[in-house]
Unconditional design. Structure first.
Length: 392
């Protein structure tokens, strides 16, 4: 595994450069670019600060009715007077640690777990949003924490409080999160049901209701639709996406949609057909389905990828690209399944080279040569500390 250590160090240097670049960009441009950040994410944070979220009848845009738990970091940044362009940088750093813990939960070696984490957070689908104030990276983060908790259930009050908080945050970050919660609960229900009793359900529901259900109850009280402004049965609604979803835009513009997916995930886009072929081959070979970790992660990822096709998008190419950030909960289990499979067949080094190749494809960075004066000393210190610790 020595080569994996060096590959992980290279990945860490690349990731550190991306982080340094976007911290610098956030300092010189403290306000996020125009778009969703200013249309509703930052305004929702302001409604939490001034208390208007409890009386939303005077909201200027229907999107301000969206769940607001994912805006809590923006609230803190506003109150502290820090650049809002740091919002997604913080989310990505937390996500990287969550992914590392997830890999360790599935018994991956330390350096291999670092490589797994960095393979995701250095995707174009992540890096291009680092100076925005969006919530998708937070949803991915809590999705990862949910898997970590569900993998190792405990019969304790603290466990169900943490699970309720994590699940509540997923529900309270955005409407699309509900689609990912359902398969997650189905997949892990047999594992967790033996730990459940009435007392633990109550402790689960307290944070789950505060951070998740609250937003839906509020919307139902004020609009008659818990998912307002989205269409939900015959409740009052105001469709803001023109009924365009990934599936019908894909039918109209299949090549453009595939091109958008490749723009965001590069070579990792092939994890989708790879998982499908793996599962088909496995079934045909053994003539029965064994629900091991790799199969479970591939199925979960593919189910979430199918759910992604019902999420909103548009026919403009830049919106097609933007929509792929909704697919984080699909690609995280797919990535992990590939890493576990490479470990099983002792192909970690090959996957490491694949990961590094994918990292250098990131195309959303401008050229700031003087950043090397900041980046290189930090990289040298970090590599020294990492290598020194590994020699102990």
């Amino acid at each position: 595994m020595g080569s994996i250590k060096y590959i992980a160090n290279i990945a860490l240097i690349i990731a550190l450069y991306f982080l340094t670049y976007h911290i610098y960009s956030g300092i010189i441009n403290p306000n996020p670019p125009l778009g969703d950040s200013w249309d509703y994410h930052i305004p929702i944070a302001h409604t939490i600060i001034d208390g208007r979220f409890l009386n939303p009848q005077n909201f200027l845009l229907d999107q301000w009715y969206y769940p607001g738990s994912g805006e809590l970091v923006n609230v803190v940044l506003i109150l502290l007077g820090l650049p809002l362009s740091f919002s997604n940088i913080i989310a990505t750093v937390v996500l990287s640690f969550a992914l590392y813990i997830l890999a360790r939960t599935f018994s991956l070696e330390k350096n291999y777990s670092i490589l797994f984490s960095l393979s995701f957070v250095t995707l174009n689908a992540v890096v291009r949003w680092l100076n925005f104030a969006l919530v998708d990276l937070w949803m991915a983060t809590f999705f990862v924490f949910a898997i970590i908790l569900l993998e190792k259930p405990q019969k304790t009050i603290s466990y169900f409080l943490k699970l309720g908080f994590v699940m509540g945050m997923i529900l309270g970050i955005k409407y699309t999160a509900i689609s990912f919660l359902i398969p997650l609960l189905i997949f892990y229900f047999p594992r967790i049901i033996k730990f459940v009793n009435l007392k633990y359900i109550v402790f689960f529901l307290i944070p789950f209701s505060i951070f998740g259900l609250f937003w839906y109850v509020r919307n139902y009280i004020f609009t008659g639709n818990p998912f307002y402004p989205l269409v939900f049965f015959d409740f009052p609604s105001n469709e803001v996406f023109g009924n365009l979803r990934v599936w019908n835009v894909f039918i109209k513009h299949p090549l453009a949609m595939v091109d958008s997916g490749f723009a965001e995930f590069k070579l990792w886009l092939f994890a989708v057909p790879f998982a499908i072929l793996f599962l088909i081959n496995k079934y045909l070979r053994v003539r029965e389905f064994r629900f091991d970790d790799i199969s479970k992660l591939f199925i979960l990822g593919l189910v979430n990828f199918l759910l992604f096709f019902n999420f909103p998008t548009s026919e403009q190419p830049w919106i097609m690209v933007s929509s792929f950030r909704y697919a984080y909960p699909a690609f995280i289990p797919l990535f992990l399944g590939v890493f576990l499979l490479a470990k099983k067949y002792k192909k970690e080094e090959l996957l490491g080279y694949f990961t590094i190749a994918n990292m250098i494809f990131v195309t959303s960075l401008s050229y700031y040569p003087k950043l090397v004066l900041v980046f290189l000393p930090i990289a040298i210190v970090i590599m020294y500390l990492v290598n020194r610790k590994s020699l102990r």
